[in-house]
Design a binder for this molecule. Sequence first.
Ligand code: SF4
Length: 323
Amino acid sequence: MSFERMFRDWPLTHLREVKMIRSYSVTTDILSYKRCRRQYGFFNVRGYRSSSATQRYFGTMVHDVLDQLYRMYKKTKRLPDGREVVDCVEKAHVRLIQSGVRAVYTVQQKEQIVTLIRRFLELAGQPFFANIRETEYTLERSMDGDGAPDFVLEGIVDVLAGAVSHALGLEMSRSTTGNDVEIWDYKSGEMPAADSQLMADYQYQMNVYAELYYQQTGIYPARCVLMFIGELNNDRLYNRCRADIRELRHILHVIHPSDEQIGRAMTDFRQTVACIEGEKQLPYATQWQAPNHDVDRDTCIACELRYHCPKFSDRDRHRREPL
Ligand code: SF4
């Protein structure tokens, strides 16, 4: 008896076609891919585990401590004092180490973070914390792939705030009001050069966040502000500013979202998603080749693929030297 005849009275289930939509994060996917597609492919797509998580220590600590201090402020309505900052840094350190992050010179790094955060609180603490609406604010939107597969675009904003700039009396090319909505992002380092790739990446990230915020709420933020906490490490400049943040020229970088910049960032975003998708379709052995563009030397030096990467000119010397 044939197969069809044998089962002809059986009920049939129909296979449902499930459309898979991938999520892309602004920082983890798009900026990582743009920085170096090889590093992105190995660590973010193939899931290789990097043993050099030390780079993450400082930046993650700064973010974590600022977040915790804000939570304390929300409860008590007063700025944390120096002792509480030290405790907070110590607790954040323990959490990070327990999560598997390894770091060197942790005593010095912790001391430096305490200094930076104390200075931040002195310069901006009250008006800043008082105007925060949400921290770690998640933005997520389904996007039309424009010919390529559709995708979900996501990002996490450090701080969604009311009119911090207005409260701090910052001078802007566009005037501030008490009703402004702002997006703030902490950067733990110093402000990079205006014409550097890193600064271009940060601005790109803020423009994409501004568009995502618009897609989610129907309005654009009045401005996006990058805060370079690492600038507070300069004793001379800090002492000279006499507790007035407006005197520190390099701590804040403000981006006023414009149609043109946002349009460019979103086109670039879609193209980058299409490149990543295209890369995944290549035969396994040819995927994730070293990029044709220059890669920042610090990124390469911290990258574990450097010993065999054709892009890294010092690979032979690094292989010879004992670890
Ligand atoms: S060494 Fe540099 S170019 Fe090579 S994979 Fe690592 S980051 Fe990319």
